[in-house]
Design a binder for this molecule. Sequence first.
Ligand SMILES: Cc1ncc(COP(=O)(O)O)c(C=O)c1O
Length: 393
Amino acid sequence: MKQQLREEQFFMSTEEPDDIFVARTTDEFIYDQHGKRYIDFNAGWCVGNLGWAKKEIRSKVKAAKVPDYIAPGYHYRGWGELAELLASIAPGELRKSVRATGGTEAVEAAMQIAMLYTGRTKFLSIEGSYHGNSIGTLSIGASENREQFTNLLPNCIKIKPPLDDKAAEKVKARLKNKDVAALIMEPVICNLGVMIPEHAFMKSVSALCRQYGTLLVIDEVACGFGRTGKLFACEHFDLEPDILCLAKAITGGFAPLGACMTTKKIASKVVKKGFQFYSTYGWHPLAVEAALANIRYWKKNQAKIFGNVAALSQVFTDGLSQMKFKKGANLRILGLAIGIEVSDAQYADRIQKKSLKKGLLFTTESKTLTLFPPLTMKRAIAKEGLEILESCL
Ligand SMILES: Cc1ncc(COP(=O)(O)O)c(C=O)c1O
């Protein structure tokens, strides 16, 4: 049976996939079954930050002599090692990890911790955002989901962008009743076409959270692990989150794994209150090996990687700002999180489809082209990709 037909018959597909059957991935390239090469300006949407098939990670996963599986109720050498490693790179006072299989679970755990710690049930988040696919995480995401799911959690309040002084005032008005468990947001909102909040906004909301006893939950599932030119995007704003959610690039794409991190103080209170979160496949031994290898690589090579991010970010800024988009474009770029807002969603879609045919991969978010190239991409390849993009405008 033809592959496409088989998928049509047996998959409950929600979105029309891009017309490419992936056969192989390496460095900054994806190859289809006919050997056609695509330049990857997507990196699995912030998963393959170090490029695909990174040999330093792959070799460790392949050589790993680990048990097939460890049930959540046991001790395991790799869990302690990974939790310790995460504590060594996390911002502020974050020392304790909850084991998860991905981003949705990490954010779900964060919501449960915030409810138990504060005894409150309300959440504040950014309108239009995305934090995962469970009922809990959908509830703090875009309100449009409410049209499909009328049973979403009540008491999830949204702050509408732009994230400026006025929005900070609205946050204050919501927090001062002292009934909001957590403010949850991406520090650089990849899911809103790379929206970069104003510094003053982030400073005020973080102070307001402290003032009113609301936990600050920072979702770095997409923007963590170097995407914005810092290991964690919250470092741009000197934030000290109460809870940090990680997934995607934490393993470099070799296996699914998520982590929800919090402080010792918060952890000890919620554990006493009966926090019981666990996940059957949370921190599977192979995924742990991949995360350990990935984070150790980061620790050793951070300066080199960020040097490349800075240089590449300039290549993209220069290349994109001189391109002639129909009716102009608004470029938002921090490190290698890149959003190019064009005149309308149809135009964005046309550019994306044309680029795909010519061997360049990226995604769109409404009328914004979203580019998340590997942080290790070679400059010549970035330029080649930009030339393809320009030829599709
Ligand atoms: C910011 C953010 N949070 C959470 C998630 C959910 O992560 P996962 O798909 O691993 O469950 C995503 C996924 O795209 C995300 O971008």
